[in-house]
Ligand binder design. Sequence first.
Ligand code: GTP
Length: 393
Amino acid sequence: MFVGLQGSGKTTTCTKYAHYHRKKGFKPSLVCADTFRAGAFDQLKQNATKANIPFYGSYTETDPVVIAQLGVEKFKKEGSDLIIVDTSGRHKQEASLFEEMRQVSEVTKPDLIIFVMDSSIGQAAFDQAQAFKQSVPVGAVIITKMDGHAKGGGALSAVAATKSPVIYLGTGEHMDEFEPFDVKPFVSRLLGMGDWSGFMDKIHDVVPMDQQPELLQKLSEGSFTLRIMYEQFQNILKMGPLNQVFSMIPGFSAELMPKGREKESQARIKKFMVMMDSMTNAELDSTNPKLFSEPSRINRIARGSGHRVQDVQEMIDEYKRLSKVWSKMKGLKIPKKGDMSALSRNMNAQQMSKVLPPQMLKQLGGMGGLQGLMKQMGSKDFGKEFGGAFGDM
Ligand SMILES: Nc1nc2c(ncn2[C@@H]2O[C@H](COP(=O)(O)OP(=O)(O)OP(=O)(O)O)[C@@H](O)[C@H]2O)c(=O)[nH]1
């Protein structure tokens, strides 16, 4: 049974969920117990037809409890092994709708009640999710619209309020834009760091073994020089396929390497490297941003490399941007013997607490609460993956 606020994406998610599980060998079916929103049944019908999934609903019956009961009975008889009941959207101020939801749950006795939540809901998530949990035994959370700008921080609140794990994410309007929840990339996104663990694995493959400890050392110092950028560009040009690698590198992603324009981006990186070839060692090793606002220096680099002043400026801007991202890594504990994959374990709850709004952090029970929550959010693997970072889990 799917529950949630209006417009959170329940109906869309029900079909995605059915489609996903059918591919795994289930025989899913859909019941539309949303009589509140005009057009809800048509929407479900349309989606279900498109996905070729049996559905049940009514244009004449106005009681969702009756529809839900009839639908579930029908599909049980027909041997469906995954009956999905979609309910109307509602929010906690609507007591009668909450009562109705409770009744639907009572007559259908669902094995699992899934709270569907829009990733952009933010701090209201806690109260709303708690209200649902108090009426029906919510057992899991699905976060939708992860393709938007929101990082999904509200998910933490929903998990805290329902004491249930996030199981899937909706990542677009289409049927296939649905994926199992994986805590690592989710946390990385919240922290604004890209997929660090994926990045680390790639570094492991690409950066020569003898350079790895040095790179880690620099990373932990948090100081980013043009020379580091140059070396990373060199490594990146060796890696492939480029776009895939780029999407994982913290900060590099979209701006430096837009999708479908890999060739151009590659040329741009090479251009940057040519300009850096015209720089002095002192410039390459400096971490002082003021150095690069001196016009005479920029003119010299432009002339020396055969580029325009604005090209040099663009390269410096890129450096500043990456430097900012890089500085977030300051203070990372370096794993012994350059064990790159262990590095991701050192991302700590403190970094997380810095990016959460203070009020949300308080609501979650401070650092201790956050640590417990992270454990609860993720699968069993979370403790293993982030074990070093989140204490004893
Ligand atoms: N971009 C994006 N849009 C989504 C996603 N999931 C749902 N939507 C869109 O969100 C809007 C609302 O989705 P619905 O499935 O109708 O929401 P609902 O919760 O059933 O709505 P009510 O029945 O009114 O409560 C639709 O335009 C969907 O296409 C997602 O993961 N990404």
